[in-house]
Design a protein around this ligand. Structure first.
Ligand code: G3H
Length: 541
């Protein structure tokens, strides 16, 4: 079958889109949240076109699904002023509030958020082409993350609700907020990864500015009201527009205390450099990765192929944790490649709402050409596309390409493709993948497929010093969310997990006093009369 033709039949006509998948009305967002109020935007807007195309009489067209404000430096600084005022050098109502009270606000937000699930899920499908199953997973995982964060903070707070007496000093040690936090998530997990920094930042008492990613903006629109209703003025402020116009002025002001950013190291470095006192800036960053899989000669190939399919191609390979290069021992490389190619042929390719699809339209307009360029470069240097129709482009759809054999002269060897192209490198000597990892700029994770406990152990010991997670016989991934998520080298700054994130967005602070009668009297009085929210033995149940 002509694969190109098949792909061309995948885009529907408007009337063929099932009722339950349609966005009834384009989302023309004209409001943003600043200082507890929704402000009407009258300036220029950015149209949003879906990666999903529709068939028309004249060809294929991306569907226009809405628009959002293109805010400027002026509005950015107003949002910043609101966050600065709400924090008020740590004197604001939010940073001085009891942990129990802040938890109530976050829970109120979570309840409001849950009511908007279907709208957010649909926007995830239409804005970034995420399958319905994955979009629902992203939403639900985020709701669970919030609940788990609340539980983790209760645990942390219980431990801090007591005094430590050491060497004649009485101390109470807790965690205090850091200040104004700018939260920026990535387009591939616009909701989840934004919230995995925003929620811990908030619950620890920081005030925030939320700037959605380039793609995946409209899906925040159904949540603005829950933010407004759940938090005191200035605690959550939103910023819409081009990152390059609205974020540098924030950093230049020197008033951003924490930068929580998931994206490229180039963008993170540029923002960091803008801060007049960069040493004051706490950074929590999730950056690039090129996670390798290593398939050893004794691997269970069926299992390795299944995990590599999921690792390389879930959400079209657009995950920071995706497997982006596969090293296969030459003894099994031929077998692996033919099984992998067959498996790709069976993958569902189509629109995000269709059951069973895995490959969907790509949100970045120039991505198919970029990926085609990588494949072309590898072909020119001697590799082949091993699967039928691999690399076929039709509009925003890119048919996955299994490229083999890849070597160090090809761009695919080092570049993070962030898309459905799978470079396979055959090796005979274990030194080959190990050297690759050592020489890589990235150090997030690795997956090893094999059965020999001795060999696996010999690989684990050095590899945990190169990357942050070694996965045995399974793909790389962030979850479960209680596991630490970080990376070495250019892949991350700071560690996130439900409990680690609470630490990332706070600093230890303590009240200490000499263990003498006068101090004992003062402390007892403060605690008994509930005079302080910090110096307190209240126990959250
Ligand atoms: O894009 C990077 C995400 O953190 C990956 O999360 O491994 O759960 O898909 P995941």
């Amino acid at each position: 079958m002509d694969i190109r033709k098949t792909i061309e039949t995948l885009f529907p006509a408007l009337e063929e889109i099932p009722e339950g998948a349609r966005i009834r009305q384009a989302v023309e967002q004209r409001e943003y949240l600043v200082n507890g109020g929704m402000v009407r935007w009258e300036g220029p807007v950015q149209d949003v076109f879906s990666p999903v195309c529709v068939r028309t009489a004249t060809g294929y067209e991306r569907v226009r699904i809405g628009s959002f404000p293109l805010m400027t430096e002026k509005e950015a600084l107003t949002a910043l002023d609101a966050a600065v005022a709400a924090y008020s050098n740590g004197r604001g109502a939010w940073p001085t509030m009891t942990v129990a009270k802040r938890i109530e606000h976050v829970q109120q937000f979570a309840a409001g958020m849950k009511e908007r699930r279907e709208e957010v899920v649909k926007l995830l499908m239409w804005e970034i082409g995420k399958t319905r199953t994955d979009a629902e997973k992203e939403f639900d995982r985020t709701v669970v993350y919030i609940a788990d964060t609340v539980d983790a903070l209760k645990d942390l707070d219980r431990v801090s609700s007591r005094f430590v007496i050491e060497q004649g000093i009485i101390g109470q040690i807790r965690r205090a907020p850091l200040g104004v936090t700018l939260c920026m998530g990535p387009y591939n997990y616009p909701l989840n990864e934004t919230f995995t920094t925003l929620i811990p930042a908030l619950i620890m008492g920081n005030t925030t500015i939320l700037k959605p990613p380039r793609h995946g903006v409209l899906l925040f629109s159904p949540l603005l009201d829950a933010f407004r209703a759940s938090f005191p003025p200035g605690v959550v402020n939103t910023l819409f527009g081009a990152g390059r116009s609205v974020t540098p002025p924030l950093m230049r002001s020197g008033k951003v205390d924490v930068l929580a950013f998931i994206g490229t190291s180039t963008a993170a470095n540029a923002l960091h450099k803008e801060h007049p006192k960069p040493h004051r800036l706490r950074m929590v960053l999730g950056l690039e990765a090129k996670n390798p899989a290593i398939v050893l000669p004794d691997a269970d190939l069926d299992q390795a192929v299944e995990e590599c399919i999921a690792g390389c191609l879930s959400f079209n390979g657009q995950r920071c944790t995706a497997l982006k290069v596969v090293f296969v021992h030459e003894g099994v490389a031929g077998d692996f490649v033919s099984r992998f190619s067959r498996r790709i042929s069976g993958l569902g390719i189509g629109m995000p709402w269709e059951p069973g699809v895995m490959i969907t339209p790509l949100p970045e307009q120039d991505k198919p050409d970029y990926l085609a360029g990588l494949v072309e470069d590898a072909r020119r240097l001697g590799a082949e596309v091993m699967n039928e129709g691999g690399g076929t482009v039709n509009g925003s759809l890119f048919h996955p390409a299994l490229v083999y054999p890849v070597n160090e002269r090809m761009r695919l060897y080092r570049e993070e493709q962030f898309g459905p192209v799978i470079p396979v490198i055959p090796f005979s000597d274990m030194e080959t993948p190990i050297r690759y990892i050592e020489e890589s700029d990235y150090g997030q994770q690795v997956s090893i497929f094999g059965r020999d406990p001795q060999l696996l152990a010999e690989l684990i010991d050095p590899l945990v010093n190169q990357v942050s997670r070694v996965n045995l016989n399974c793909q790389c991934q962030r979850g479960p969310d209680i596991f630490p998520f970080t990376g070495r080298k250019d892949s991350a700054v700071g560690t996130l997990s439900v409990s680690d994130a609470l630490r990332a967005f706070s600093i230890r602070a303590l009240v200490a006093a000499k263990d003498i009668d006068i101090n004992k009297g003062i402390i007892s009085d403060i605690v008994r009369e509930h005079r302080s929210n910090f110096l307190s033995t209240d126990f959250i149940l």
